[in-house]
Design a protein around this ligand. Sequence first.
Ligand SMILES: *Cc1c(COP(=O)(O)O)cnc(C)c1O
Length: 495
Amino acid sequence: MEYISTRDKKASFSAANAIMQGISKEGGLFVPRNLPKLEFDDIEGLSEKTYIERAVEILSLFLTDFSDEQLVSCVKSAYENRFDSEDITEISHLFDGRYILELWHGPTCAFKDMALQLLPRLMTESAEIIDDKEEIVVLVATSGDTGKAALEGFKDVKNTKIIVFYPVDGVSSMQKRQMITQEGKNVTVCAINGNFDDAQSAVKSIFTDEALAKELKAANMHFSSANSINWGRLVPQIVYYISCYADLVANEEINLGDEINVCVPTGNFGNILAAYYAKKMGVPIGKLICASNRNNVLADFINTGIYDKNRDFYPTISPSMDILISSNLERLIFDLYENDDEKIKALYKELNEDGRFEVICDVKDRLLQEFYGGWCSDDEIEETIKAVFERYSYLLDTHTAVAVKVYEDYREKTGDDRKVIIASTANPYKFSSSVYEAVSGGRLTDEYEQIAELEKISGMTPPNALSELKHKEVRFSKVIERNEIKGTVKSILKI
Ligand SMILES: *Cc1c(COP(=O)(O)O)cnc(C)c1O
């Protein structure tokens, strides 16, 4: 399998190269030149297998330079005994053909674990394949879920170090507690005075610091990134859509070949893009419903063909979707433009210079054919959590609630009543403050009180991974200024 860049399709790369490099040198994203295809027979075959077996089989279609042993070892160490569900993901039939695909049974209680448990293993095997012996230093700026999931994924992985920076004012108290108590010999967590943009720009300045890169090289190390533009983060996400379809067939909820819709709460466009790829590979998926919160840049794009990030940024109660530049959208546009790399270069130059671009009519038509874009407000999120809990005794987190609300709007507007997979991206206890407020109307400031009260109301057991944090030792309490980041990185790496 050959990989190409969305901004230069002439050169080709192996999967190991694409994963190690993360982003291509002219700023494009790596994509397979052609997607592998699945026949109905293949899907039927998968329905008899475990999640781990399915993952190995599907990954082997994409990561053709990895041996079977390498893939089995990566997948097993990522998923075996690390999730609180034997099936890795769970499907809850909410009502009347609405299937909630719970992707948050991993160690950090958010769907990022599905990819970030596997990525570190894929990276170290990729290094072996291309004979790169340098130590990998992963730098992350996080607004919450990515940082913790990356820490858990890279914890004690050989030949890697991970350093996570979070904005001291920009994460929830539970997210902060998850990070400052992180275990592992190769991890460091550090707060930066300021908001997420401050943390992100400080980390970017480190990535592009040539002098520092030289010093690192001399010490036999190089930087890498764990954010969602890496192909190694996207490919594990394709697996669960195929796997979910196979499960619905195996459980006789649908017949092989029946078309179903998929609805995804979207931020950086990684999760829903994986569903689009699953469809292109041959999974019978109808409409892809892209659900945004008040930062509705994607809903507008799908409906108008104009991507415009020149707008106010709103902090919402679904913070992991608070984003104005959805990086993975570039991969979709590249595909809709039938791999026209020159066109993508031009569009992204416009985005860089003017903060907006518009796609041609043909592409607009195809967008609307494949996707539906909708969004909802914080009030609607709370109303949805409350209504679903009261009617079905099922607790949604604030992100999944966006998807449920936008899906119901879609169904009402179009009358399309095909069955639907709704991606559920976080355990409700991870956002217990907003979820508690939604179901009780009350407000509590202490996160453990919120958890205890929510448990009383819902009867749902809180995940161990969150409850046990209360008793864990705080390991990382340092707060630095933005201009201290370089010195901090050097002292952590002892260079
Ligand atoms: C990251 C995240 C999202 C958004 O996923 P994308 O792949 O960036 O679109 C949604 N919900 C939760 C809980 C997340 O952590």
